[in-house]
Design a protein around this ligand. Structure first.
Ligand SMILES: Nc1ncnc2c1ncn2[C@@H]1O[C@H](COP(=O)(O)OP(=O)(O)OP(=O)(O)O)[C@@H](O)[C@H]1O
Ligand SMILES: [Mg+2]
Length: 335
């Protein structure tokens, strides 16, 4: 049995500049302060910021060393950020091509992340919806989406989550080597609903559809609204959550809404997370509440639901082979 980090949380959102990194850095501090042995992974390959947010000028050890096989273990890359219980694995910044890791490198990174011995592993996945980003996101138990109350942020968050849901559906099909069903499905338009995709899959293979549906039901998405100012902004975040439910079949409760806060903006240039510099400010309290909610989530239950979805794979294989046996018997009888 592979050792697995107790709680893996990914922070994404699709769009650049919406606050993913500052949310991740502060949540990491909040987890560590709550006594959780925490590792923050800067997986924003090619545009890494976390080391800067924690006050490092430059780092000599980053994920690049793993990719170049200078080290084989993430433990060797863990940097002390001066916060008890918290280590940082820095990403590769300013190295041309750093974002374009090969499939094998991504697989290696994912396996290493899964097996970190920690209470919480937090992954800053960066922007965009490239497979490298989405796969690191769906590796996590809990999948946080950060968004601003702006149309372009919703648009990208929706595209990002949709890419992640499709990836989960494909992974489910892959369990019984039927990813071809997903790959050959008609490319869906922006308005396609996941229920329709699952219905299409149902017609092709009901067992794969059941596995995929169960996986989607246990998706584990959580929204954090950022730079929320007015009640209208709050209402918009609620509408986005509803849209995720209606179109992507994903329950995405809103964990919290952060206001625009000068202290947060200043904390970036000061290179010290606001939760360290101003632990009693309202914005820090809001971030701590979000961290508490993430810690209160039943990971075991979520993992069990995902494994149950996969278990229906063995039922599926069994039933499928039963069907084949019945076909054989029918053929024999009518011969
Ligand atoms: N609540 C907030 N209050 C004040 N400033 C904020 C807030 N949220 C974000 N910002 C500003 O937005 C900037 C971008 O934040 P951050 O780097 O965390 O975004 P990101 O989503 O990680 O971007 P990228 O995709 O480029 O990595 C910050 O430097 C900060 O100035
Ligand atoms: Mg970032």
């Amino acid at each position: 049995m592979v050792r697995r980090a107790k709680r893996i949380i990914a922070v994404g959102g699709g769009k650049g500049g919406v606050g993913k990194s500052l949310v991740a850095s502060n949540l990491a501090v909040a987890f560590a302060k709550a006594g959780q042995r925490t590792v923050l992974i800067d997986a924003d390959l090619g545009a890494a910021n976390q080391h800067t947010l924690f006050g490092f000028d430059r780092v000599h050890l980053s994920l690049q060393a793993l990719f170049e096989k200078e080290v084989d273990d993430l433990e060797e890359l863990m940097l002390d950020v001066g916060v008890p219980n918290l280590s940082l694995v820095a990403g590769c910044g300013a190295i041309p091509g750093a974002a374009n890791i090969a499939h094998a490198q991504k697989q290696k990174l994912m396996r290493r992340i899964e097996s970190i011995d920690a209470d919480v592993v937090l992954i800053d996945v960066g922007a965009g919806i490239a497979y490298n980003v989405v796969d690191l996101y769906t590796l996590a138990d809990l999948r946080v989406v950060v968004l601003l109350p702006q149309l372009t942020s919703f648009q990208n968050a929706y595209a990002f989550l949709k890419a992640a849901v499709y990836r989960v559906i494909r992974e489910a099909a892959k369990k019984i080597d039927r990813q071809d069903l997903v790959d050959t499905m008609v490319p869906s338009s922006e308005t396609d609903r996941v229920v329709d995709v699952l219905a299409q899959l149902e017609r092709l293979d009901p067992h794969v559809a059941t596995m995929a549906r169960r996986r989607v039901e246990a998706f584990g998405a959580y929204i954090i609204g950022n730079q929320i100012i007015s009640p209208k902004d709050r209402g918009t975040v609620v509408a986005v959550s509803r849209m995720f439910h209606d179109f992507l079949s994903v329950d995405a409760p809103i964990l919290g809404n952060l206001r625009y806060n000068r202290l947060i903006a200043d904390s970036i240039n000061a290179r010290r997370p606001v939760l360290l510099s101003h632990p009693h400010d309202d914005c820090s309290k809001a971030l701590i509440r979000v961290a508490e909610s993430l810690l209160a989530t039943d990971i075991e239950g979520l993992r069990a639901r995902r494994e149950d979805a996969d278990r229906s794979a063995s039922v599926a294989v069994h039933t499928a082979s039963d069907d084949l046996v019945m076909d054989e018997i029918q053929a024999l009888l009518s011969a």
